[in-house]
Design a protein around this ligand. Structure first.
Ligand code: SF4
Length: 407
């Protein structure tokens, strides 16, 4: 693990550069919304064009994303004469990533040769989800300047996984094996020889694991099912005897809790309730920002919502989960940005639980009056404001900002 140093050759930064006041005007210009500011000051409510917009009480940029974005902006100011690279999307929001590109930050390519062309003078920004342990070591060896924006809540998950690994306990991670955060999390086991992990995506996969724990089963079939989501040398007959659960921070918290319950019951049946304290460990590692946003959407359930708009990147796990909750009580449209609203009749969006974007016609019926709004933890306010502006314009009220100013 890299360490912060205080000497002249410091190459690892994790705490900001003290340039906040310099970058603040730029951040405001890029991401602020007067409409959102107005709603915040008015009980998260706005009435215009015969529509009532109800904004979830918690929405948009979380503390981890705010910090990562600020840190990236500070990096550009701090190192004007260096090449600056991101190891991948800083957060899962195309609008923010495009802004960073326009500021001169480049994205490293995917794949094994990712770091081939970077060297001592280059600045590498690690995104809020973190990167695999082996890549952190490689950057240290190369002597690159590293700006690490890994969120504290992600570091907390790593701490749990490392504690499991140290104690010979297999980490069972509720997450998506292809997600950067989960990849970084399970990579922490590689720091401890002989440590193992297993990733489960949802309750369906948890049920398969629980059945194997309780009754055993077809080992080759199990290995094939989880081939992409287990550590090298994983043996379900050996490595499910003592397990510890951790979550990708942005999963659906209700599902994570159910999975913890399922695994606990399975371990108890396979062994005994008395042995459970030595065989099953569980810490809720859903971050508070994710939890707060999910709870806030849940609260809109009882507000007679005609339509829910969920704004955020399609790769954003927490936005996808907000859509799943919203879709249980209203027609819900997950859009990447305001521009996804093509016109009053057509919208580009990703339906809850689906992988592909679709275009839906007749999405905004004249009968729709109460519109719920939320946004994922990586969505800037300007995308929320522009979404509202577009919808109001379809009802014939053009200058919303003037209306807000008149209040
Ligand atoms: S969603 Fe949670 S873990 Fe992810 S960056 Fe935000 S605060 Fe951190």
């Amino acid at each position: 693990m890299l360490q912060s140093t205080t000497c002249m050759e410091q190459t690892y930064f994790q705490k900001g550069f003290g340039l906040r006041s310099e970058i603040r005007p730029q951040l405001r210009e890029n991401y602020r919304s007067e409409i959102v500011d107005f709603m915040r000051a008015n009980d998260h409510r706005l009435e215009a064009g015969g529509l009532t917009f109800l904004l979830a009480m918690e929405f948009g940029f979380c503390y981890g994303v705010e910090r990562a974005v600020e840190y990236a902006y500070e990096t550009v100011t701090k190192f004007p004469n260096h090449r600056i690279f991101l190891t991948g999307e800083i957060i899962h929001n195309p609008h923010v990533n495009n802004k960073l590109c326009r500021m001169g930050i480049r994205f490293l390519p995917c794949g094994v040769n990712k770091y081939d062309d970077v060297g001592r003078d280059d600045v590498i920004v690690i995104p809020a989800f973190g990167i695999p342990a082996v890549e952190i070591e490689l950057l240290a060896k190369k002597g690159c300047i590293v700006v690490d924006t890994t969120c504290g809540s992600v570091l907390n998950v790593w701490k749990n996984v490392e504690r499991y690994a140290r104690g010979g306990i297999t980490s069972v991670v509720h997450g998506k094996f292809e997600h950067e955060e989960t990849e970084a999390t399970f990579s922490r086991t590689s720091l401890f020889p002989g440590a193992h992990y297993l990733i489960i995506r949802d309750k369906r996969e948890a049920a398969i694991v629980c059945s194997y724990i309780e009754k055993g089963g077809d080992k080759p079939e199990f290995m094939e099912r989880f081939r992409k989501s287990i550590s090298a040398g994983f043996d379900p007959d050996l490595h499910l005897q003592r397990i510890g659960l951790a979550n990708q921070t942005t999963m659906l918290s209700s599902e994570s809790l159910q999975i913890a319950e399922m695994l606990g019951v399975a371990m108890s049946k396979r062994y005994s309730p008395e042995e459970l304290t030595d065989r099953f460990f569980s810490f809720d590692t859903i971050c508070s920002a994710t939890q707060d946003r999910q709870d806030a959407v849940e609260k809109l359930r009882h507000s007679n919502i005609d339509l829910m708009m969920v704004i955020g990147g399609y790769l954003s796990s927490n936005t996808n989960n907000l859509t799943k909750i919203a879709a249980t009580f209203a027609p819900a449209f997950h859009i990447q940005e305001a521009a996804s609203i093509l016109d009053a009749d057509s919208i580009r969006h990703k339906p809850a639980g689906e992988k592909e974007e679709v275009v839906t016609r007749g999405w905004f019926p004249q009968s729709a009056r109460i519109i719920g709004i939320t946004a994922g933890a990586s969505t800037p306010n300007n995308q929320i404001g522009e979404t509202i502006e577009r919808m109001v314009a379809f009802r014939g009220t053009i200058d919303l900002v003037t209306i807000i100013g008149a209040h």
